[in-house]
Ligand binder design. Structure first.
Ligand code: GLN
Length: 318
């Protein structure tokens, strides 16, 4: 990374450049999310040496949603190991939306990867624990260790999604019908729904991502959360799948492993350097935050973060 001052200035520039971008619509299939202020916009960069750069609504709390999938996946590889998780959950893109049932049917009930709902539910099911309450507690503690502070459940979001998540329950049942779930599907979907309802901020996302960038050590708390090989595995899978069916376009344009969620967050990880957390609720058709994508793209180019580039490029504005 360039010096602290330069990164700080570029984070503020990136925020300013997209702060009035009107494109995209707020998710409404989880009823309470439809009430989110569409103009919120936070951006944060955390460097592995502990440098912090926040802009806009970087400390505004929102439910983590699908971004939890990346961190639960890392925790589960840490507990269960690389090979079984690869076998049971898979590592390939489905090319289909995150809540697709067809993707399961097309693949003999194999979830394909941990960043779509089927694979995330199958991943959460692998979390050790003798009850689902114990599994949930481990998920909450693990995600909190990534964030470096205790994360709490947003009860309103949890209840709103739990009352309307028929599709995810169908995915749970379908997984079990294919013999790919050894726990009660409704109970594990409930743990998954809770993990998605944990409140975070763009700043938290940057700390969580920076922990993966730092080989599993949280750069703010200094605490090891997972091993370095686990970070490598999780980042490789999320690079191929983190923006769902748009993952190829993202990697082509931005060149960083990243994970998005329907509440408007995106975390992008720069191995060995740091991470970018962004939040803006206006989404594209695949459910990825428009301003977050653009601001991260700006920083990727301006700071020369693209993993496939050999030198920084000029910032772009689209
Ligand atoms: N909880 C949401 C769901 O299961 C998460 C989806 C997302 O963020 N893409 O539908």
């Amino acid at each position: 990374m360039p010096g602290w001052d330069q990164v700080d200035r570029l984070v503020r520039d990136a925020h300013r450049s997209y702060a009035t971008d009107p494109e995209g619509t707020v998710a409404d299939y989880i009823p309470v999310l439809a009430e989110t202020d569409p103009d919120l916009f936070g951006l944060a960069v955390i460097e592995v040496d502990g440098g912090i750069h926040d802009a806009g609504d970087a400390t505004h709390a929102f439910s983590i949603q699908s971004i939890s999938k990346l961190f639960v996946y890392a925790l589960v590889i840490q507990e269960v190991g690389h090979a079984p998780v690869r076998e049971i959950v898979g590592v390939n893109n489905t090319g289909l939306p995150f809540n697709s049932l067809i993707a399961l049917e097309l693949n003999d009930g194999h979830p394909m990867n941990p960043m779509v709902n089927a694979g995330a539910i199958a991943t959460t099911a692998l979390m050790p624990g003798s009850t689902t309450a114990e599994q949930w507690e481990r998920v909450r503690e693990g995600l909190s260790a990534f964030a470096g502070r205790p994360l709490s459940l947003n009860g309103e979001v949890y209840r709103s999604e739990a009352a309307t998540n028929d599709r995810n329950r169908a995915i749970g049942r379908l997984l079990r019908s294919y013999g790919r779930l050894s726990v009660d599907p409704d109970e594990i979907v409930d743990v998954y729904t809770r993990q998605c309802a944990l409140d975070v901020t763009a700043h938290d996302l940057a700390v969580m991502g920076a922990t993966l960038a730092d080989g599993g050590v949280n750069p703010i708390t200094g605490r090891r959360v997972v091993d370095a090989e686990v970070c490598r595995d999780a980042l490789a899978v999320v690079a191929a799948t983190g923006l769902y069916e748009r993952s190829g376009e993202w990697l082509f344009e931005i060149g960083l492993p990243a994970k998005s969620g329907v509440s408007g967050g995106i975390v992008a990880v720069v191995p060995g350097k740091g991470a970018i957390g962004a939040f803006s609720p206006r989404l594209d058709a695949a459910g990825n935050s428009v301003r977050s994508q653009r601001a991260i793209g700006y920083l990727s180019r301006a700071l020369g973060l693209n993993l496939f580039a050999s030198a920084p490029a000029a910032p772009f504005r689209s």
